[in-house]
Design a protein around this ligand. Structure first.
Ligand code: PAF
Length: 288
């Protein structure tokens, strides 16, 4: 763990007490604080969250914490990339003010129970494949919100269901924090940026393009086919690709994630999850 030092404009903090002490004068001066929570292995998608955060606040805090309670597979937790030096350098270059990098003991000093009602959407899509995942996500995000009490928090739209679950948590606790869902940042060929992309072999990387291709197909042909045909065609595009195992491809309501029946219902989103080689990827596109 890096010590609590000032790195050319970026301050690294490891404890909640140090964080609170540092933020107290900022709050007294009524400066706005934006939080960008991450699990590290930062890429241009994270940098875009920081850029957006700068439009909402004077002070930007990024957290890097690989949260054990949201992993449903211990192997996934173990192999989660942790390129700390690279992350720090990226945050410094992006103009982030503080990085909060607590230990697991700092965030979970005692065994604790956490269960909140996130609504029926918790059990759909990712919730079906990663049982309990959103309880872990909301548990740690609530801890960050309590420690920092930011004015705004940025989340990537790539984890569409995560944003919805955190929104439901914020409503449940009546928190006065503006949640901002930030657009997906893609590689030039369409692959949505993700910390997990690092695990893709060269062949996987080529195969993974089928996900954005299927989503684009739905977006571009939204007015040409009924929903069931759009789904059939998109699923067929993915199933034809070797090395890709489809978990789901759905067109759903943005607020409930329930499957859409009619295109005129409005506020829809197409969501996909698939295993590409050994790596599970998710992606989505908004449909209006
Ligand atoms: O999206 C992520 O990286 C994580 O789920 C989050 C929001 C930082 C909570 O651990």
């Amino acid at each position: 763990m890096l010590p609590e030092i000032l790195l050319a404009g970026l301050k690294v903090i490891n404890t909640i007490a140090a964080l609170k002490a540092l933020l107290s004068p900022i709050k007294l001066a009524q400066q706005k604080i934006a939080l960008v929570p991450t699990m590290g292995a930062l890429h241009k998608g994270h940098v875009s969250l920081i850029e957006i955060a700068k439009h909402h606040a004077e002070v930007i805090i990024c957290s890097i914490f690989v949260n054990p309670t949201q992993f449903t597979d211990p192997k996934d937790l173990e192999k989660y990339p942790r390129p700390l030096e690279h992350d720090i350098e990226m945050l410094r270059a992006a103009g982030c003010d503080f990085v909060f990098m607590p230990s697991v003991k700092e965030m979970y000093p005692l065994p604790e129970e956490w269960h909140i009602d996130l609504g029926p959407a918790e059990f759909l899509l990712e919730g079906e494949f990663r049982k309990g995942h959103y309880q872990g996500v909301t548990q740690i995000v609530k801890k960050f919100f309590d420690a920092i009490q930011p004015d705004a928090a940025m989340f990537g739209q790539k984890d569409f269901q995560q944003v919805l679950m955190i929104r439901n948590m914020v409503v449940q606790f009546n928190l006065d924090i503006e949640l901002i869902s930030c657009p997906i940042i893609r590689e030039e060929d369409g692959l949505a940026m993700s910390s997990r992309n690092i695990h893709l072999s060269e062949a996987d990387r080529a195969h993974s393009l089928v996900l954005s291709k299927a989503l684009n197909f739905v977006k571009e042909n939204f007015n040409s086919f009924p929903i069931d045909e759009l789904l059939d065609k998109a699923q067929a595009i993915i199933k034809e690709m070797e090395g890709v195992e489809l978990d789901y491809f759905t067109i759903a309501h943005q607020d409930t994630l329930l499957p859409a029946v009619d295109k005129n219902e409005g506020n829809l989103v197409a969501l996909v999850a698939a295993k590409v080689g050994q790596t599970r990827l998710i992606d989505n596109v908004l449909l209006f």
